[in-house]
Design a protein around this ligand. Structure first.
Ligand code: IPD
Ligand code: CA
Ligand code: CA
Length: 273
């Protein structure tokens, strides 16, 4: 199955690379003011689904653009055809294709491909995680002040009161530096290979994180929700190299207490700092 998945995601990546430079305004639709989808998102998802259904006709599918099938299969393919559509549309390289296979309630194999960099991250249960042909592991950084992390602002896109900005302002000064690449799937894979020491975000969907979270865990990283439990991404998602997980969760807890009441209050003093 992993060989099928790797070949499929590489072929899907060729569609992205061909289409990106040719995108025109007509190729864009708006899901809401900030959330866009391109004709390539849909083309790539249809290509992936067609090939999965040819090979595994009884399997279920959960795709970002086409939704869920209901064949009652033990297997479900979870697909984000382009994670980082904003990057893709703006001719930037930080976008990826994310595909995970769930068996019953566990992810058993996954791949995230960044076509612009020709970097294929993949993993399967108990076989470790890989970048192209190389095995990968999380970093060894064990102090927040020496760490580089990433986050995103899904919450802002959905114009949610509970957004990441107060937390961002509290946590970032405690880190060496912060990155906002624009693809949660890639953020997670960068934690898996040690380019990042951690990642957090609110309001992501399962298809954004299913593959990347699995790859982090296979690379000996930790993935939880903001409380340290496993209800991610519903209760937010926090991924680290494991060494930093407790420190980061404790800082989130303190930050939330400090800004908690104001987290939802637009007139918070914080917004004036
Ligand atoms: C987006 C990316 C981004 C995250 C957004 C997601 P999409 O995925 O993962 O990093 O911050 O919230 O929606 O919409 O481009 O598939
Ligand atoms: Ca996504
Ligand atoms: Ca997407």
């Amino acid at each position: 199955m992993i060989a099928f998945l790797k070949d499929l995601i590489l072929e899907a990546g060729k569609i992205c690379k061909k289409d990106q430079a040719l995108l025109k305004p007509l190729d864009i639709e708006y899901k809401n003011t900030k959330d866009i989808v391109t004709t390539t998102d849909k083309k790539v998802e249809n290509f992936i689904i067609e090939n999965i259904q040819k090979k595994y006709p009884s399997h279920d599918i959960f795709g970002e653009e086409t939704g869920k099938t209901h064949y009652n299969s033990d297997y479900t393919w979870i697909i984000d055809p382009i994670d980082g559509t904003t990057s893709f549309l703006h001719q930037q390289p930080f976008y990826s294709i994310s595909i995970a296979l769930q068996h019953k309630d566990q992810i058993i194999l996954a791949a995230v491909y960044a076509p612009a960099f020709n970097e294929l991250f993949y993993a399967q249960t108990e076989s470790g995680a890989f970048l192209n042909t190389m095995p990968i592991n999380v970093s060894c950084t064990d102090e927040l002040i020496h760490s580089v992390m990433a986050t995103g602002f899904a919450c802002l896109r959905a114009d949610l009161d509970q957004n990441n900005l107060p937390m961002f302002c509290k946590i970032v000064p405690k880190l060496r530096d912060i990155r906002r690449y624009g693809s949660a799937a890639l953020d997670l894979c960068y934690v898996a290979c040690g380019r990042l020491d951690g990642f957090w975000e609110y309001n992501l969907n399962l298809y954004d994180i299913a593959a990347g979270a699995f790859i982090v865990k296979q690379a000996k990283g930790s993935v939880t929700d903001f409380t340290g439990a496993s209800d991610f991404p519903h209760q937010g998602i926090v991924a680290t190299n494991t060494h930093l997980h407790t420190q980061l969760l404790d800082n989130f807890k303190t930050a939330k207490k400090h800004v908690g009441a104001k987290l939802f209050n637009r007139d918070s003093d914080l917004s004036k700092t």
